[in-house]
Design a protein around this ligand. Structure first.
Ligand SMILES: [Fe+2]
Ligand SMILES: [Fe+2]
Length: 229
């Protein structure tokens, strides 16, 4: 079975993953474990206490990456988006970025060529930037949203402050890809190919993460702010 169009709640979760393996990352961030047999997307979401509509919007955003047809007017579960984003931050900061660093170091070998040193320095600075970016969201944006949902005092902050300065964390990683492709002094080896694949995939994953914040979270919070006025 092959499907290009949007998925719905009655589609099988295993079909969704078989046709789009990148969804494996999404389901793990929602805390869904494998082993769902022939259950539908709705059944698996209910079983895991996840808002099905929000799950489907996030999944369809990833699958229809060319499409601007994002249901920004839909009612989404903000708590579901927050859980998803926080788990994504953990994935990038505690697993994916350190893992790429280890692979990159191994692929470049022991040689202390200037380009290898520059690549590692560039990567470390990049990770520092992503860490700062995500820490800001964890420290200011997410608590603000939780206060807004709970009806607590949110004086002095609004989502526009965040959306105006929210930059694209993926772009510098794309620069790193180019530095490696154009100037890497190491002979092509399997480790290098593998880490390059990982960097490409991680850049795409980070850009998708940004899209969820910009195109799904921010409009949902703007609507909530309007309603709370
Ligand atoms: Fe984020
Ligand atoms: Fe962000």
């Amino acid at each position: 079975m092959y499907k290009i169009g949007k998925y719905t709640e009655s589609d099988s979760m295993s079909d969704l993953i078989n046709c789009n393996y990148s969804i494996l990352l999404v389901i793990s961030r929602f805390g869904i474990s494998l082993g769902f047999g022939d259950k539908t997307i709705e059944e698996v979401c209910k079983q895991n206490d996840i808002d099905t509509k929000t799950f489907l919007i996030i999944v369809n955003m990833l699958i229809n990456e060319e499409s601007d047809d994002i249901s920004i007017n839909s009612t989404v579960s903000i708590q579901t988006i927050l859980n998803y984003l926080q788990n994504s931050h953990k994935y990038f900061l505690q697993f994916k970025l350190p893992n790429i660093r280890r692979m990159l170091k191994a692929a470049l070998g022991d040689r202390d060529s200037n380009v290898s040193i520059v690549i590692m320095k560039f990567y470390d600075e990049y990770v520092m930037g992503v860490t700062k970016h995500m820490q800001y969201e964890e420290k200011y944006v997410f608590p603000y949203i939780k206060d807004l949902i709970s009806g607590n005092d949110t004086e002095g902050y609004n989502i526009e402050v965040f959306s105006k300065q929210h930059d694209n964390v993926e772009s510098k990683l794309s620069e790193l890809k180019n530095i490696i492709i154009k100037y890497c002094p190491v002979e092509m080896n399997n480790e290098l190919i593998s880490v390059l694949f990982d960097i490409f995939a991680c850049a795409k994953d980070l850009s998708y993460h940004n899209d969820i914040e910009d195109k799904l979270l921010v409009p949902a919070i703007e609507r909530l702010e309007c309603n709370n006025k």
